[in-house]
Design a protein around this ligand. Structure first.
Ligand code: HEC
Ligand code: HEC
Ligand code: HEC
Ligand code: HEC
Length: 411
């Protein structure tokens, strides 16, 4: 009898929990949108130190995430795949927000314009909000002199800490009418953890989607491939590989698009903050969100109290998925290197016209886009294993198609 009761109780609790999880885990209140052109000045983290000591102290702790991976050393294939672009010269992995100014100042990649400050500092975010998109074309060094701090309270809260306010206006456009239906804590991180590009003429930071539906990888690729979307009237390219003549797209950290994309196991159950901002109990017994952004795998309490309800051993599960994705990313990357070398040799032979090579170049561009979408996503596949595998499958099959098409040209 006792056993039946506890089983029943367990089932009731499980159902309640599942129902709670099935409901999107965000506050009923949507995020706010920043007011532009209003003469507002940035309040900096130090201004909030007294009022919000816990958030301030934990925000400082992103300094603990200080490891700096050298991707070019770890993945020599990048030198070939990104040839002709800054990322083939210097490419370090991401680390804690604390280091973002130091890291952009140290990068070996060229950054002629202020648009490179877009995701680094509230001082620049506010400059764009006050001056308009002309600020993106300012000189990088001129803006550098006006920067006082890295990513901080204003980026996610404007000058009202506690409220989530979206301060990066291109991101308001990027989600369009879906704004109110997206959890504020997802929108806050999505402002920078997204796939962006610089508009060819205005150099403004811009996103290749204007709704949640538009952010599927294949939809974004179609957007980049359609010249009508750009002031130059030709398909978008970040750079052209000098040996193959392929006009390439460089994807950038699409965490938001991956996590909220099709097939994501937790898109409607958890937010970025649920997994990366631990809830901490302060000395006075109140709770707050730690602003030190850590891996959920380092959060013992979260694992024990929440994740373990469904995952027996999340750490090994995640490491297993990451290892599988890493292996496939390397294998497909190697295949892309083969294609690049084959195409480079054919171009160097001088025997074929651009017209003859157009189809192969298009396929090579598309294949690398899908591969890069996975390579540059910082969770190594676990935000959305199904979307990640789908991208790698597409990259592989399009690459194979390109090799076959190239063989047909030279046969
Ligand atoms: C204003 C832009 C911006 C916002 C908003 C932002 N990030 Fe970041 N994030 C960055 C940048 C830039 C880096 C890389 C910094 C570096 O390497 O110097 C980064 C790095 C990180 C890292 C470390 C990555 C690694 O590989 O170690 C984590 C984790 C992270 N962010 C999580 C989040 C979460 C969660 C949110 C939302 C609560 C968020 N970020 C919001 C720009 C931003
Ligand atoms: C990268 C984005 C980001 C930055 C930077 C940031 N916050 Fe937050 N903040 C959040 C998120 C996300 C939440 C939790 C919202 C939710 O899910 O309810 C939050 C919550 C809060 C809260 C509500 C209480 C709590 O802890 O949940 C306060 C107060 C706060 N932040 C203050 C600050 C201060 C002060 C700074 C600067 C030192 C800061 N935040 C920097 C994203 C950020
Ligand atoms: C269901 C939990 C979960 C949610 C929700 C989630 N992530 Fe993650 N995230 C992870 C896991 C697990 C990893 C891999 C951590 C590791 O390798 O230790 C990760 C890794 C990352 C990393 C790389 C840094 C690191 O610690 O490895 C970044 C950056 C990141 N997530 C950002 C985001 C952003 C932005 C969002 C929201 C759009 C988000 N995450 C939503 C679970 C989550
Ligand atoms: C209500 C059950 C449930 C809870 C609670 C839960 N998950 Fe999951 N999670 C799932 C399911 C189901 C999948 C998809 C598994 C699959 O496709 O094999 C999944 C997949 C994942 C994945 C993708 C990689 C993988 O292992 O398949 C990550 C990462 C993840 N969960 C993290 C978390 C974290 C972090 C927590 C705690 C904050 C958590 N989950 C809590 C049910 C849950």
């Amino acid at each position: 009898m006792k056993k039946t009761l506890s089983v029943t109780l367990f089932l009731v609790m499980a159902v309640v929990l599942l129902m709670a999880l099935a409901v999107p885990a965000y506050a009923a209140e949507p995020a706010k949108k920043v007011e532009t052109n209003s003469g507002v000045k940035v309040m900096h983290a130090a201004d909030w130190k007294e009022e919000f000591p816990n958030q301030y102290q934990s925000w400082m702790m992103t300094s603990e995430n200080d490891g700096l991976d050298d991707y070019l050393e770890q993945y020599p294939m990048l030198v070939t795949l990104y040839e002709g672009y800054g990322f083939a010269k210097d490419y370090k992995g991401a680390r804690g927000h604390f280091y973002d100014i130091e890291d952009i100042e140290a990068t070996g990649r060229p950054h002629p314009m202020a648009n490179c400050w877009t995701c680094k500092t509230p001082d620049f975010t506010n400059m764009v909000n006050e001056e308009g998109i002309g600020a993106y074309m300012k000189d990088w060094t001129e803006v550098q002199a006006q920067i006082t701090e890295g990513i901080s309270c204003y980026n996610c809260h404007a000058n009202t800490p506690g409220d989530i306010t979206i301060t990066h206006t291109y991101w308001i456009d990027a989600v369009g009418d879906d704004f109110d239906s997206i959890a504020p804590a997802n929108l806050a991180c999505g402002q920078c953890h997204n796939e962006y590009y610089f508009e060819p003429e205005t150099k403004a930071t811009t996103i290749a989607h204007s709704s949640l539906a538009g952010m599927a990888p294949e939809t974004m690729l179609a957007y980049f491939n359609d010249g009508a979307n750009f002031s130059t009237d030709e398909p978008f390219a970040d750079w052209t590989n000098p040996r193959t003549g392929v006009r390439q797209i460089k994807v950038q950290h699409p965490e938001f698009e991956t996590f909220l994309g099709a097939g994501s196991p937790h898109a409607s159950t958890f937010t970025c903050a649920d997994c990366h901002m631990p809830t901490v109990t302060a000395e006075d017994g109140s709770t707050y969100h730690s602003h030190n952004l850590v891996s959920p795998l380092e959060n013992e309490e979260l694992l024990a109290n929440t994740c373990s309800l469904c995952h027996k051993d999340l750490v090994s599960e995640v490491r297993g998925v990451q290892a599988e994705i890493e292996d496939r990313t390397n294998a497909v990357g190697a295949q892309l290197v083969d294609l690049t070398e084959m195409l480079a040799a054919v171009v160097e032979s001088g025997k074929y016209t651009d017209e003859q090579l157009a189809e192969v170049r298009q396929l090579a561009r598309d294949a690398q886009f899908y591969w890069d979408f996975v390579f540059v996503e910082n969770a190594e596949g676990v935000h959305n294993p199904s979307l990640t595998r789908d991208c790698l499958n597409r990259a592989e099959s399009i690459c194979t198609e390109a090799i076959t098409a190239l063989e047909a040209v030279t046969a």
